[in-house]
Design a protein around this ligand. Structure first.
Ligand code: 13P
Length: 340
């Protein structure tokens, strides 16, 4: 298959009108924090058991079209010796891999961050592909302050995302381009809109300069919301503002926008996705999710480290996946939270 046909096939397998992506690519450091919050030790076996449990949830492929793994998981197997990438594929879920190597400060731009991992990326992608990965994810992080992101921060982060995306496409791997504007802080919704507009504009400018084929990528942005310290805005307001800014900055050639949940509660993330899809007549792209915490939080709590809770945890995960699938179609109602 030509590289272009391969990318197109992956896009078609990952994008439809009902499903979204599970982000299960927490680095070991982040996973250790998440597990500590539910009183579980972050051993390699616990991480393997938990991620196996999620992926073997019966029929969850009805709602989930792709899963993002961390490098460790791509090398792991379920109790029957099946690699987890194969287990995902057997449910109709396309396996992918987070390929950035975390973030640090951006020298010359106090308060801004930059992500590492471009060196040797092409070779790493060949290895991941051999292990079953068909798409990748790279995250740049933008804190909002009165002075951030700076002009340098906007350009430098966009450049990283574009270079990563170009390397992926050359390897026949679909890139998920994730510019995460952080929810932390006390900023207004208007300030978040202003920052997201600058970020998305810079990112698509860089993608164009690097010759990234927009039809063969997925955008994973934040929703436009007020800073966390201000409390959440109404879903209708989030949807209205998010769509307004996306329409100004994201070309219609991009097939799908899969939002991150970024610290919203699971219920908020579902309600916001639903409100976005109620306005989808104004969107030339699919509007879906690539949630980590919002899909996993309840399942992780239900598990609590006890294998006897396997079924309960799977039910909690299945419920979130199903409700987000309804939201993805604009058919979610808050009362549906009450049913199992
Ligand atoms: P959250 O939905 O928990 O923000 O995770 C998505 C993700 O992949 C962040 O990089």
């Amino acid at each position: 298959m030509s590289s272009s046909a391969e990318l197109q096939k992956t896009i078609e397998d990952m994008i439809d009108a009902e499903r979204g992506i599970l982000a299960a690519d927490e680095s070991t450091g982040t996973m250790t924090k998440r597990l500590a919050a539910v009183g579980v030790d972050s051993t390699e076996e616990n991480r393997r058991w938990y991620r196996t449990m999620l992926l073997s949830t019966p029929d969850v492929g009805k709602y989930i079209s792709g899963v993002i793994f961390y490098e460790e998981t791509l090398g792991q197997k379920d109790d029957n010796g099946t690699p987890l990438a194969e287990l995902a594929a057997s449910q109709g879920i396309v396996p992918g891999i987070k390929v950035d190597k975390g973030k640090g400060e951006l020298p010359g731009a106090p308060g801004d961050m930059i992500t590492y991992g471009l060196d040797g990326l092409a070779e790493r992608l060949d290895g991941y592909k051999a292990q079953g990965a068909r798409f990748a994810k790279w995250r740049e992080v933008y804190p909002i302050t009165d002075h951030n992101p700076t002009a340098l921060g906007l350009t430098a982060n966009a450049e990283m995302l574009a270079r990563y995306a170009a390397v992926c496409q050359a390897a026949g791997i679909v890139p998920i381009v994730e510019p995460e504007v952080l929810i932390d802080g006390n900023h207004s919704m208007e300030r978040a809109a202003e920052v997201n507009e600058q970020v998305w504009h810079a990112v698509f400018h860089a993608l164009h300069q690097h010759g990234v084929v927009l039809e063969h990528m997925i955008l994973k942005p934040s929703m436009v919301t007020p800073g966390k310290d201000r409390g959440p805005a109404a879903p209708e307001e989030v949807a209205e503002m998010t769509l307004r800014i996306l329409r100004r900055t994201v070309p219609a050639a991009v097939p799908s926008i899969n939002f991150l949940s970024g610290g919203q509660t699971p219920e908020q993330a579902t309600a916001n996705l639903n409100a976005l899809n109620q306005l989808r007549d104004r969107a030339p792209w699919q509007l879906s999710m690539s949630y980590g915490r919002a899909l996993q939080e309840h399942a992780m709590q239900a598990w609590g480290g006890d294998p006897a809770n396997r079924e309960k945890a799977q039910q909690a995960f299945f419920k979130r996946a199903r409700l987000n699938s309804l939201a993805r179609q604009g058919q979610y109602q808050a009362q549906q939270e009450q049913a199992a």
